[in-house]
Design a protein around this ligand. Structure first.
Ligand SMILES: Cc1ncc(COP(=O)(O)O)c(C=O)c1O
Length: 460
């Protein structure tokens, strides 16, 4: 059982934003208007927003000060060079290409590297990497080990990739049809679980053997490095920076959403060494994101990201961050609410199929739980299950569901205190005690890619 002492915030609060209560009747009406999709609820009508940890961080006083130093020149703004230096010192690659967020980094990289019919392995693809690959008519393949799909397995690195399956996949597909291998650290779609350095090394060795480039989806690299320090033999005495540097030393490059571990509200980049690739990626970038020294961002955003990348490596920050997740998870676990264990880096994942065993998969139990959570308490979480990852395959277009059906309660960085987390736990525990009342849903409208963002549903 996790230590249930409330974690002490390692910061003082200098600016506050009020949270306004929303009456239940209004929440009911908003759910109907949004098509029972919490993405459609205005944020001001949410009391505690655990939809995502992406772009929702509170910036530090130093980052806010940095905004005022923004150089808004079109080309060669000073803040780009600050970002370049920060990225190079941690990631160690020569080319640093900013983008407006992570998926844009994926798009410009895959746009150059991936062709129709290719296959791109990952431990578990996040929805945007999957969508960007499928948009190019290539195949996004998940090769995480079996522990990734076992919410009860007490293993420290459930984000690890199954190396034997990776080799088998490359052999079967043919090296020429595998343009790159990715690893998501931490593994967001698999419970925010970390990847070990041992596994990164092994995957790197396989990629080197087949001469396939190896990229990290590095959104939460600092949280991953923190877990390596805590859980992997031989790393306790290394700094998180040294561990992060070692992680990247085994890769050929990385895509990054700065909206996570660069502690900013917008921003991303792609970084690697290959000069030829850089030229092609920059050409694609210029068409859609902008000139290569700003990539869709203002100078001030580049500065905030540069500063955030250094702040995120502060070990007391990372200690508190992971303790917050363990605290919320521990409160739920103690009350019998089914949760994915061990607790990962940025979120608690509630096992919705166990929470709502009376709702079949085709009625989307995790989605139903997000609706119930908002209806009963005004709290917003996100479904990571059948709506997000369901696929219609075969002749009859039968829907196939992912192994895990979860609600993710993502904790924004430096935003909520321990008492907010207590409120979330109390609300969910009460819902659990009355879970029989919750109904499943059916989809009435959906889009072909990333359907969860805009899908309209109705209750059955
Ligand atoms: C693992 C992972 N990769 C990529 C992305 C995409 O990043 P962005 O939202 O900045 O486009 C996310 C966002 O949540 C993510 O969690």
């Amino acid at each position: 059982m996790a230590d249930l002492k409330a974690p002490v915030e390692p910061f003082r609060i200098k600016v506050v934003e009020p949270i306004r209560p929303v009456a239940r009747k209004e929440r009911e009406a908003l759910l109907r208007q949004s098509g029972y999709n919490v993405f459609g609820i205005p944020a001001e009508k949410v009391t505690i927003d655990l939809l995502t940890d992406s772009g929702t961080s509170a910036m530090s006083d130093d980052q806010w000060a940095g905004l005022m130093t923004g150089d808004e020149s079109y080309a060669g703004a000073r803040n780009f060079f600050h970002l370049e230096k920060a990225v190079q010192s941690i990631f160690g690659f020569t080319h640093v290409i900013p983008t407006h967020q992570g998926r844009a980094a994926e798009r410009v990289l895959f746009g150059v590297m991936v062709k129709k019919g290719d296959g791109v392995p990952n431990n578990i693809h996040f929805d945007t990497t999957r969508a960007n690959i499928e948009f190019l008519e290539a195949q996004a393949v998940n090769l995480a080990g079996p522990a990734a799909y076992d919410p009860d397995a007490d293993q420290p690195f459930k984000g690890d990739m199954d190396v034997a399956r990776l080799k088998k996949f490359i052999e079967a597909k043919g090296v020429r049809k595998v343009p790159l291998v990715m690893m998501t650290v931490t593994n967001n779609s698999g419970g925010g679980q970390p990847v070990s350095l041992k596994n990164i090394k092994e995957v790197s060795r396989v990629c080197a053997h087949y001469e396939v480039p190896f990229f990290l989806d590095a959104c939460r690299f600092a949280e991953n490095a923190h877990f390596i320090k805590k859980r992997e033999n031989g790393y306790a005495k290394k700094t998180v920076l040294e561990i992060a540097q070692e992680m990247f030393s085994y890769a050929d490059g990385a895509t990054m959403s700065g909206k996570k571990d660069a502690l900013v509200n917008i921003g991303g980049f792609v970084t690697f060494d290959d000069d030829g690739l850089a030229e092609k990626v920059k050409n694609l970038l210029i068409i859609s994101e902008g000139f290569p020294t700003y990539g869709g961002l203002a100078g001030r955003d580049l500065e905030a990201m540069a500063r955030g990348l250094n702040e995120v490596l502060d070990e007391s920050y990372l200690e508190h961050r992971t303790a917050q997740v363990a605290y919320l998870g521990g409160l739920l676990d103690r009350a019998g609410v089914p949760v994915f264990k061990p607790f990962g880096g940025h979120a608690v994942y509630v096992l919705a199929d166990r929470f709502l065993p009376h709702i079949p998969r085709h009625q989307y139990p995790a989605w139903a739980l997000t609706v119930a959570l908002y209806r009963e308490s005004g709290i917003r979480g996100v479904e990571i299950g059948g709506v997000m990852f369901g696929e219609k395959t075969g002749k009859g277009k039968k829907e196939v569901y992912p192994e895990l059906e979860m609600v993710r309660l993502a904790i924004p960085r430096r935003v909520y205190t321990a008492s907010h987390l207590q409120v979330v736990a109390d609300a969910l525990i009460e819902i659990y005690q009355n879970r029989g009342k919750i109904r499943g849903l059916r989809i009435v409208r959906e889009s072909p890619f990333l359907r969860h963002f805009t899908a309209q549903l109705e209750e059955i």
